[in-house]
Design a protein around this ligand. Sequence first.
Ligand code: ZN
Ligand code: ZN
Length: 339
Amino acid sequence: MKAAVFEGKETITIKDGFEKPKIASDEVLIKVKKVGICGTDVGSYESGGPYFPNKIIGHEFSGDIVEVGESVKKIKIGMRVTVNPQIPCFECYYCLHNLENMCKIKNFAYGTTENGAMREFINVKAERVHLLPDNVTYDEGASVEPLSVAIYAVEQSGFHLGQNAVVIGAGPIGLFVIQVLRAAGANQILVLEPVETKQKIALHLGADKAFLPKEWNKIVRYLDKLGPDHIYDCVGLSETFSTSLQMVKMGGKITLIGLHSSKFEINNIFAMALNNISVRGIYGYNQDIFTTAINLFAQKKIKVDPLITNRIKLENVPDMFKILGHPPHNELKVFVEFD
Ligand SMILES: [Zn+2]
Ligand SMILES: [Zn+2]
């Protein structure tokens, strides 16, 4: 069996000779159908971490159950599924408070610290498996993980029905945040995005207006010279954070979702105190959020088709990372497909 393996900075290789995994009594074996390439995968490719070297990548996936461990109940062979890739300890303070994304052994996950899904078969703990309703496709199933990130961000930001929001960056996560805000009853959703094709998709998926990053001032004027109640920064650079501090309404909230740089240089941090601005970081989700994501797909509230720019075979994964790891590029969501 072949698999896509993360070997270190700028090195993802297709390796052959992997055995079909054997399952423990609390595990199931999944025949993989679709795997999404995530911004986090690309980040690790660019920087060399935090993924563990020599692990198989792939944490956004869907497939069919082909084997079930002896102690597993409710999951049967033939069921269509997706998997919450986080692996919590179930014992720490955070796990006991439904905050598995903050587990003290956090970052343990399929596709990052444990072998992931970019291979024909993957074994996972049955407890991590979520069944897909009949009307949820394998494409949608493989998108439940990134949609969960967007749902958790909007929920944790304290967004209220009728508020105005700005989304910075119309990549896959930004495009999911826009759709979640629409489903959550947003008034105006405005987008800051430099690439015209991505602006168009954002408008198609429910954004009201799109602006170039240098036009942020127009947004303030457009929203009664007050600025938005919420900003969702899906880029996470010094410039976007500085812009957010200038743009957000007094007393408004900035939610940091995609964090690309480890260091921020902020020129106008004084605005944060002066204008009573709250800043919140976001990481991961929990099982309830994962279920909400599946429900939103089942209710046809969220679209994934417009986000998919590439469907590739496993063999083409290394070449795709060369493109994704050297922006700017036009790719949005890339799916690796298995027969
Ligand atoms: Zn992801
Ligand atoms: Zn824990």
